[in-house]
Design a protein around this ligand. Sequence first.
Ligand SMILES: *Cc1c(COP(=O)(O)O)cnc(C)c1O
Length: 403
Amino acid sequence: MGSNIKLAKDGGTPVRESLLPYAAQWLDEDDIEAVIDVLRSPYLTTGPKIKEFEDEFAKYSGAKYAVAVSNGTAALHAAMFAAGIGAGDEVITTPMTFAASANCVLYMGATPVFADIDPETYNIDLKEIERHITSRTRAIIPVHYTGQPCEMDEIHGVAKKHGLAVVEDAAHALGAEYKGRRVGGLSDMTTFSFHPVKHITSGEGGMITTNDSALYRQLVLFRTHGITRDAELMLRNDGPWYYEMNNLGYNSRLTDVQAALGKTQLAKIEQFLKLRKKYVDMYNEGFLDFAELIIPFQKAGTKSAWHLYVIQLRTEMLSVGRKEIFQALRAENIGVNVHYLPVYQHPYYTKLGYQRGLCPNAEELYNRIITLPLFPKMSEQDVNDVIKAVKKVINFYRNRTRG
Ligand SMILES: *Cc1c(COP(=O)(O)O)cnc(C)c1O
């Protein structure tokens, strides 16, 4: 009865009275108290909470070391620094990610090389990685898009064969599992973000995990101006006051205030993951009979952390494109989003010379995807509202044979 439906965008009643955002943090009283306790303590920046947060994070992710930094972008930058990436080097990553995954390569004066995605998982395609390896390639940055782990064994195989570093951008993947092992301890380095839309938050914040003591030392240097007080690393030693700088580092430190919040948030991660998975199951079930929608693919042997729930529209089965569907859902007060414009299609990258058509699968996917709201703090009623709105809009725009 499609003709009886009146969409909110055409003056009908919206499915929801107020806008449901696509993501939001979850804060309890214990989070707030942990922050206040630090404000009453002698430490605001690096104090005891940093080490506690790092130790608990390393333990959770299955890595030997964790280094807390100011945000996920600084984590990627630090990882590139520790991997020794520099001018003339090439680093392979995916275009289906937030710009920071490639920007970190530019920060080092190196060149990001974009390998196309697998149209099923939307993650970087192994064959495409291999096709882009040259004598200048130094590292691969796989991104676990939406929380679905990449094919890490295969990526490590290619990396080993060509002597490349692997830095996982796991900003979407805290708590994800690959073949029964948690993301964080699998590669040379793995980076995380604690922006409020991610799994846990410290306001702004980031972490790098590694099992390698040499990389760990470099990461710590990066975070504090390249300055060391470690006698073993110093070229001279003038006395007890002395420190020295042998590398050009940055100030990428997290504060103790943020680390305290990160700690109490990390303690809730299993609860957060469970709720995300529950809502994903509700979505999958709700969209089962809708041939116009492709729901997220789950690769065997992996457990997604479900940062994002991305539906792909079979636009050939609809009378309008993604933009109209998106606008109709927003009018129903569903805070839909799109993740992502392929990175190299941002004007800054176009000016650097990256051309349209570089990664056809990513470009095609970009035209067909919509991110639906997904966060632990939403209610089952919120999830049902989203399902209802999606069904309403798809039913309205379903291609019908006209008589
Ligand atoms: C959020 C995000 C980042 C950057 O993290 P910030 O903490 O916002 O700097 C990097 N990569 C991906 C894939 C992200 O989603």
